[in-house]
Design a protein around this ligand. Structure first.
Ligand code: ATP
Ligand code: MG
Length: 205
């Protein structure tokens, strides 16, 4: 009898900070696709982002661990944080293949905003060989096949998830403006932000 392959979801992100939008998307996709595990991979130095407002990798990693600890299917990887220089999805997938083995099926999870940019990613033509892609709906971004590079369409799934109009940008702004962020993200992460004075002057220490 053929052995069932291990299905690994990979949730990449800056997680600056992680919030309920990330967690709901990951959990619903895990359930719908029957994933054995969802691995959250906080980025080191993100190639697509301005670094001004980004909290130190150590803080983003700890917040991601705090937010995912209570879900038995969720885990966190430090590979992008430990890697020197910029992180590319392709390098991350290649490294994870070495760790999880060739038999593991990889599902790279992104939001509707990120999937539209996929063909601009480093050596993107090789990505479909490494993983399938799951794009989750996100308020403010239309989830449409037309926006996805035709070369990726056969390797991509689109999924509608309950809308949570939460973004890390909005949370950082609220912290700066002394507005509440309660319930937008897990309580442990909320407390961690205040304890470490993150995002208060627009710069993460
Ligand atoms: P920022 O505002 O700093 O860009 P963000 O909220 O977009 O932060 P990221 O770390 O950039 O969060 O996102 C990581 C991944 O999670 C991306 O693929 C993004 O599309 C997805 N994502 C983020 N927020 C949501 C949400 N509310 N619903 C669905 N997917 C989301
Ligand atoms: Mg974003």
């Amino acid at each position: 009898m053929k052995e069932k392959p291990y299905k690994l979801g990979i949730m990449g992100g800056t997680f600056n900070p992680i919030h309920q939008g990330h967690l709901v998307a990951a959990e619903i996709i895990r359930d719908e696709f029957g994933l054995d595990e969802v691995l959250f991979v906080p980025s080191g130095k993100p190639p697509h982002k301005d670094n001004n407002e980004i909290a130190a990798p150590k803080h983003r990693w700890i917040m991601t661990v705090l937010a995912t600890a209570s879900n038995e299917y969720f885990s966190v990887s430090a590979i992008e944080i430990e890697r020197k220089g910029e992180s590319y999805t392709r390098d991350t997938l290649l490294e994870l293949k070495k760790i999880y083995g060739e038999k593991t099926q990889f599902y790279f999870i992104t939001g509707a905003d990120a999937i539209a940019e996929i063909s601009t990613w480093h050596k993107s033509e090789n990505l479909p060989k490494l993983a399938k892609f799951i794009a989750a709906s996100r308020p403010g971004y239309k989830l449409e096949w037309e926006k996805i590079d035709p070369r990726f369409r056969n390797f991509t799934y689109l999924i509608e998830i309950p809308a949570l109009a939460i973004s890390s940008t909005e949370i950082r702004k609220r912290v700066r403006e002394n507005k509440t962020i309660k319930y937008l993200l897990p309580q442990a992460v909320e407390k961690y932000i205040y304890k470490n004075k993150l995002y208060q002057k627009g710069v993460g220490s």
